[in-house]
Design a protein. Sequence first.
Length: 77
Amino acid sequence: MTSAPSPRPIPEAQAKEIRRLAHDLSNALEIVLQTSFLLGTVPLDDDAKKWRTMLDNGVQQAAEINKTLREYVRANS
């Protein structure tokens, strides 16, 4: 059985830019997360509660993808 080839290291200039973009994405996601939290402090009808749940799930997924991206760049640069 052969193993998959190791990915080539990410050049430092590109890794730096990806890290900057991931950081900016984290900041934007934090705004969405905090806004969703604040929406949870006011009365919402059933439809709005479902939409807020969808929003929370989506931002959590995006945050996890961003975390994975940052870990990948860290491990490969």
